[in-house]
Design a protein around this ligand. Structure first.
Ligand SMILES: Nc1ncnc2c1ncn2[C@@H]1O[C@H](COP(=O)(O)OP(=O)(O)OP(=O)(O)O)[C@@H](O)[C@H]1O
Length: 900
């Protein structure tokens, strides 16, 4: 257009969906025509929308430019709101963050489909009227609650003049459709609109395009339906199918027939796979490979061994390719998920192969060290001192950490108080270390600005930055990149009141929990030249190309592996043209997306393509290759390969521990061990409490727990009125009483206390009992809240949990401790778990047949504690909620002493 038709670049709008694709477009245009690239508008749909929102904020009904919020902020906004909505299905009472995330995803999908809160509610009612099956009615009840939250969220955003990501396209699309004058005014400045990656568009973007192009005049789009991998963001291959059948009447469609990237062997393999894809709008792929044949087929290496050996196999192949002339930077390793990618990255590094991979910035040890130090300024228990940063002279021994934790048990001490006063029982090394921390943190406190603290720690008060800059080592450079990304993140924090360090730490927890830290994983342009293997997810590889591509994890059952069904599926009829039930559509989309992901991965390779899968699982059972391998056709060379044994041992070394005397454990301690042995270590062995901001929901449960404790301690039976009086006293003295939305929480708490009081009146009440039983030389204790004798004389010990019932409650061993305790110390009594939030009871006595196994399981936990086995069990959902989130890492040297 620029060269042949001499189009004025200022009158061109070039749009795409992701930042990465926009960056790529702008770079490529700039290479050929820097002047034109600077003059035309190139960016994402969202960036274009943001400009429109700013320009037309008054027409959109805002008094000023609205502020853009991300998901973490949206959840903050909504937390108190949901307490006041009378939700039953989606009310995850203990902590609703995860549920809110699902709600917001469902709402964002509705926005992408240009379905308003009111329309959403209508669709739900239509669904109710049309299908009376119990399954649909169940979905209706849930979807109604989403509709309720959608409405409340929309109103709140309006009232506060905030917009979210989905609004960026949806609001302008709606405005331009409603107000043709504004649309015409915009069109005066535009001659052509070009869209790349059209398969990623959603309904809102189509509506926007229609308005700014006058129903498609001078609109040019490029897309590949097989690369539609943003379905979770509302992209749908249906939009591409509808391009010339419904959306833009009279549009012309052409098909590319030459592939300039890949060798013929590779084009053949992915074209064969593509022919088997079941996608709306997909036509057969007949691509001519411009670069011809290489004489080397794509390979599938079925590695003889387990997952760890798969990394050995990849390491071998990387070395082979290097010997053939492919540098590290020519090679990319792709896999499905970020967790596996992190393992592969560590695994390759351990085998001496440089990798360019950041992973989650907040999980990088060098960033965690900084966060740990920052947390010392706000955490009076100084939990982060239990982290070994590996920086000489900055690590306390386990013995000194024990002494510090004893000294800090006093809640009244402010943060950093331990730096000034001497700590009793410290070693001379410990005293010297504390003196270094005094110098390190001198002049900072809880009110300091995080960026100032970090900049000084890195540049002035340690040699961290200097050492990174003077090193050529790949690992040091990766550290430098991670710290750079982190500092940029710290600089750009949303404004709000309160202490900035605590806010930053809390925000990081939330971002990780929501997996919204993805943007921080991109490697900056300046680092792209480094000679190291590129590691990325299949998603992240979109739009890129490499001479050699390795794809791991091609095992049946792991890839393709269906994602769990969405908790809030779209109501039937919400997705235009989808047909059938929304929930079935969601399942079909998921299946399509996995095929697309694989197609994207394969089509990144220019010359060499090698896929891998181990042939055994850890229990030595046979594992078959993914069905996708056969679907690539006969051109793929498939064989079993024995990989080099690099002798990498990943097991965590045990911690030296000295348990004093015979041990007694509480049941909840064993539960913590089962969920994460490392968390048990920090919490109960080292006793480092650590500060964590709790949600109002959690605080509400805490108040209820206090009421229950007081009622349990009473000698006599307590009637409902008295229980409520006790509740009043606790509520009024709690901090929650003075918070916003306190009434809503009070109503919830009152329900729980009432339920508790009523269940106590179901028979003749006996006081609670603290029972114990022995496993080997250890004693296990269980505190029952109360026991009851019913009309038939049956006696039941009750164990109360204030949260609601989860299906997983009976997995593991510790959950059966009440049963074992009752069997041993209170024969004749049954044991029952009672969940106050939903009133669900679980009769543990019904599971008496499992008692012997569970007892043996508890025995193993007790032995593992004595043997110092405290390996972490990382998880994106639970780690950010753990007090030790910023501490967890290498355990300091020394021996931990503990009397349980
Ligand atoms: N006409 C051409 N002649 C020679 N090489 C070309 C030509 N067009 C594209 N290429 C090269 O082919 C490769 C793929 O092109 P490009 O990245 O534009 O593809 P694409 O359609 O965006 O692919 P995908 O969407 O799969 O990432 C690039 O290396 C590019 O330089």
């Amino acid at each position: 257009m620029l060269e042949r038709d001499n189009v004025d670049p200022r009158r061109l709008v070039v749009m795409t969906y992701s930042n990465k694709a926009a960056g790529e477009l702008s770079e490529r245009i700039a290479k050929r025509r820097p002047d034109a690239a600077a003059a035309m508008w190139i960016g994402t749909f969202h960036a274009y929308g943001l400009n429109l929102v700013k320009q037309f904020h008054q027409a959109l009904g805002f008094s000023r430019e609205p502020r853009l919020i991300d998901r973490a902020e949206a959840i903050d906004l909504m937390l108190d709101r949901v307490a006041g909505l009378n939700l039953t299905h989606y009310r995850e009472l203990y902590d609703p963050t995860d549920k809110l995330r699902d709600f917001l995803s469902a709402i964002s999908r509705a926005q992408d489909e240009v379905v308003s809160a009111d329309r959403y509610a209508e669709l739900v009612e239509e669904m109710r009227a049309l299908d009376h099956s119990s399954e649909t009615q169940e979905r209706v009840k849930r979807a109604r609650e989403v509709a309720q939250v959608y409405k409340s969220y929309t109103d709140l955003k309006r009232a506060l003049e905030r917009i979210d990501f989905g609004d960026l396209v949806a609001l302008p699309a709606e405005l331009l459709t409603r107000n043709p004058t504004i649309a015409a005014q915009l069109r005066e400045d535009i001659d052509h609109v070009l869209v790349d990656e059209y398969q990623d568009v959603n309904r809102a973007s189509v509506q926007l395009l229609k308005a700014i192009t006058n129903q498609g005049r001078n609109l040019w789009c490029v897309g590949d339906v097989r690369q539609s991998i943003y379905r979770f963001r509302g992209a749908s291959s249906l939009n591409l199918a509808r391009f010339d059948h419904g959306d833009f009447t009279g549009a012309m469609r052409d098909q590319l027939d030459t592939n300039y990237r890949s060798r013929e062997e590779i084009v053949e393999a992915y074209s064969t796979f593509a022919d088997g894809m079941t996608l709306a709008g997909a036509t057969s792929v007949k691509l001519k490979a411009h670069r011809g044949r290489l004489g080397r087929p794509p390979e599938f290496r079925h590695i003889d061994g387990i997952t760890e050996n798969e990394i050995d196999g990849v390491a071998d192949a990387i070395a082979e390719l290097r010997a053939e002339g492919y540098s590290y930077r020519d090679q990319a390793l792709l896999c499905r998920g970020n967790d596996r990618l992190a393992e592969l990255g560590r695994g390759l590094e351990a085998r001496g192969i440089p990798v360019l991979y950041l992973g989650s910035v907040f999980e990088r040890p060098e960033v965690k060290d900084l966060l740990a130090w920052l947390s010392l300024l706000v955490d009076r228990r100084a939990m982060a001192m239990a982290r070994d940063t590996g920086i000489p002279g900055m690590t306390l021994s386990l013995e000194d950490i024990g002494a510090l934790s004893d000294a800090l048990n006093d809640d009244a001490l402010p943060p950093l108080a331990w730096l000034g006063s001497g700590v009793a029982g410290f070693s001379s090394d410990g005293i010297a270390t504390i003196a270094r921390y005094s110098a390190l943190l001198d002049g900072f406190d809880a009110r300091s600005a995080p960026w100032d603290v970090l900049a000084q720690l890195l540049l002035d008060r340690t040699r961290i930055a200097a050492d990174i800059c003077s090193s050529n080592d790949m690992a040091a450079r990766a550290k430098g990149i991670a710290i750079w990304q982190f500092l940029n993140f710290v600089r750009a924090q949303p404004l709000s009141s309160g202490n900035a360090i605590s806010r930053l730490l809390e925000r990081i927890r939330r971002l990780v929990r929501l997996s919204d830290d993805r943007d921080l994983r991109h490697i900056p342009q300046a680092a792209q030249g480094i000679d190291a293997i590129r590691l990325m997810t299949m998603h992240g590889s979109k739009g890129l190309e490499f001479p050699a591509v390795h794809v791991t994890g091609m095992t049946k059952g792991s890839f393709p592996k269906r994602n769990p069904a969405p908790t809030c599926p779209p109501p039937d009829g919400m997705i235009k043209d989808a047909g059938g039930a929304g929930i079935d559509f969601a399942a079909r989309e998921d299946e399509d997306e996995l095929q697309c992901l694989f197609y994207v991965a394969l089509s990144r390779a220019k010359d060499r393509l090698i896929l891998y899968s181990p042939n055994k699982d850890t229990a030595n059972r046979k594992r078959n290759p993914s069905d996708f391998i056969a679907r690539m056709g006969k051109g793929v060379e498939s064989r079993i390969v024995s990989a080099t044994n690099y002798g990498i041992d990943n097991s965590d070394a045990p911690v030296a521990i000295n348990l004093i005397g015979e041990s007694t454990y509480w049941q909840h301690q064993l539960s913590v061990y089962e969920r994460c042995p490392r968390r048990f270590f920090y919490t109960y062995v080292l006793n480092v409490g650590g500060k964590r901001v709790t949600s109002s929901f959690e605080d509400m449960h805490e108040v209820v727990r206090r009421v229950i404790t007081e009622l349990n301690a009473a000698e006599t039976a307590i009637d409902l009125a008295t229980a409520r009086d006790v509740f009043d006293v606790h509520w009024n003295s709690s901090e929650l009483a003075s918070r916003q939305a306190s009434t809503a929480y009070r109503v919830l708490a009152d329900e729980l206390v009432t339920r508790f009081a009523l269940t106590r009146a179901e028979g003749t009440l006996e006081p609670g009992q603290s029972l114990r039983f022995k496993v080997g030389s250890a004693t296990i204790r269980v505190n029952f809240d109360y026991s009851l004798v019913d009309g038939t004389g049956r006696k039941t010990l009750r164990y109360i949990q204030t949260g609601h019932h989860k299906k997983t409650v009976l997995t593991g061993n510790a959950a059966f401790a009440p049963l074992l305790a009752a069997q041993h110390a209170a024969p004749g009594y049954g044991a029952e778990l009672l969940h106050l939030s939903d009133g669900i009871r679980v009769a543990l006595s019904d599971h008496a047949g499992k008692a012997a196994d569970k007892r043996a399981g508890i025995g193993k936990i007790v032995d593992a504690i004595a043997a110092g086995q405290f390996e972490p069990k990382p998880s994106n959902r639970s780690c950010p909620k753990c007090p030790a989130f910023f501490t967890c890492g290498t355990v300091p040297p020394g021996t931990a002493q503990k009397k349980f």
